[in-house]
Design a protein. Structure first.
Length: 120
């Protein structure tokens, strides 16, 4: 009977040692599943971020092309404005010359009419 008791105690000890191993194994499996789930979620987030980055990159490319077109158009408008300003300036100078000649003629005409003796 003592042997039977010792055998039972020995078996009990062996089972106690196996139980923590089974529990630890179960916890490790559970933890492994959690980590695998987190990894899948992380990969999904990474793919989503890649798509968003690609979309942002495409929007940036479109914006840069639009900026280039606008700069080109602005340059053309500035050149046109310079040409118009030169034309207006030339027109103003021409009109000033005409006005100056007209004033000179008026002064000569009025001076000659004053210097003429009146016949009455």
């Amino acid at each position: 009977m003592v042997l039977t008791m010792m055998a039972a105690i020995g078996i009990g000890i062996k089972q106690e040692k196996k139980m923590p191993t089974v529990v630890a194994e179960s916890e490790l499996k559970k933890r492994n599943e959690e980590l695998e789930k987190e990894l899948r979620e992380s990969k999904e987030r990474e793919e989503q971020m890649k798509r968003e980055l690609q979309s942002a990159w495409e929007r940036l490319r479109v914006a840069e092309e639009a900026e280039e077109r606008l700069c080109s158009q602005l340059g053309e408008l500035e050149a046109e404005a310079v040409y118009q300003a030169r034309d207006y300036h030339a027109r103003i100078v021409s009109l000033m010359d005409q006005l100056s000649r007209a004033q000179s003629l008026l002064l000569k005409t009025s001076a000659s009419s004053i210097s003429l003796p009146s016949s009455s």
